[in-house]
Design a protein around this ligand. Structure first.
Ligand code: FEO
Length: 170
């Protein structure tokens, strides 16, 4: 049986991951309205990844015989006006999610819950990648986003992102 605090944080993380999916769908919809379908695709794929993260937390809890409580998902709260806004909001959000993962890790570490620490290792790495991706998008947008041709090329590049199932299997 896992520690109560660790179990509570794992359960909360399911909600945060579904919220992330919701937030990125909101970003995707924003770009659809702007006519930037490549950016929209990139965030739609990102939303699928976030749903996978939620499912992994849920599966991990169930593998450990813990009850799962699904709670209401908040309305996405990012204010989006400029093409750059979702990118900077996305980076901020990923930094927040990293802090949440670290927090669960810390709770697991404090009760010597090595099983949960090992499960979370994948997410620690994943968060590193997600922050890098978010930073890269911002840099590219800074470089090319203000030029219509540059923006067109960048949008085409992001249209090529395809969904891949997570490498972590439970
Ligand atoms: Fe599930 Fe983008 O962190």
């Amino acid at each position: 049986m896992l520690n109560e605090k660790v179990a509570e944080l794992l359960n909360q993380q399911i909600n945060y991951e579904f919220y992330s999916a919701y937030l990125y769908l909101d970003f995707s919809n924003f770009y659809v309205e702007k006519g930037l379908n490549g950016f929209a695709n990139w965030y739609k794929v990102q939303a699928q990844e976030e749903r996978d993260h939620a499912m992994l937390f849920m599966q991990y809890m169930q593998n450990n015989d813990l009850p799962v409580e699904l709670n209401a998902i908040d309305k996405p709260n990012a204010e989006l006006k400029e093409n750059m806004d979702p990118l900077t909001e996305g980076l901020k959000h990923e930094q927040f999610v990293t802090s949440l993962i670290n927090n669960i890790y810390d709770a697991a570490y404090s009760v010597k819950d090595f099983r949960t620490m090992q499960f979370l290792d994948w997410f620690v790495k994943e968060q590193g990648e997600e922050e890098t991706n978010a930073n890269d998008l911002i840099k590219k947008m800074e470089l090319f986003g203000s030029d219509p041709k540059g923006l067109y090329m960048l949008d085409n590049e992001l249209a090529g992102r395809v969904y891949a199932a997570p490498s972590l299997v439970l």
